[in-house]
Design a protein around this ligand. Structure first.
Ligand SMILES: [Zn+2]
Length: 140
């Protein structure tokens, strides 16, 4: 799997992860699939409704539906999901892998968002296995 994200959108994801501290941030990556590449065009933050948001995330169901609806209105679809690990690296946790039910989307994780250079990585998670995805940062 390959993910293309604009530098400005990547900054938005990191800014959201920093704003959410000490909690995990989460959201939807809207875009298009072009020849199997997930091309991100919009970042839609979603409220984390987990009971223990410092250690996990649950996307607010209604906000999620609204985000998908807004994307469809502009001809985009969900190409990825993102969340942050306030105190850990960008490796998917066992929970992340167990919760990933959406096979075709990319999973972007921001590790240690407070760091000067956060650990941002993308993953393909299928059938209980996480594989690194190529995350390419584009200028436009
Ligand atoms: Zn996680």
């Amino acid at each position: 799997m390959e993910v293309h994200v604009r530098a400005s959108d990547l900054e938005r994801i990191v800014a959201h992860a920093r704003r959410a501290l000490p909690d995990e941030a989460c959201g939807v990556l809207g875009g298009v699939f072009e020849k199997g590449v997930a091309v991100v065009r919009r970042i839609l933050p979603v409220r984390n409704t987990a009971a223990n948001p410092r250690q996990r995330f649950d996307m607010d169901a209604l906000e999620m539906v609204r985000a998908i609806f807004r994307l469809r209105q502009t001809g985009l679809e969900v190409v990825g999901l993102y969340h942050s690990h306030p105190d850990a690296s960008a490796e998917p946790s066992a929970t992340d892998i167990a919760q990933a039910t959406w096979d075709d989307v990319a999973h972007v994780i921001v590790g240690q968002p407070a760091a000067a250079t956060p650990d941002v990585r993308a993953w393909a998670i299928r059938k209980g296995q996480a594989r690194p995805a190529l995350l390419i940062v584009t200028v436009q």
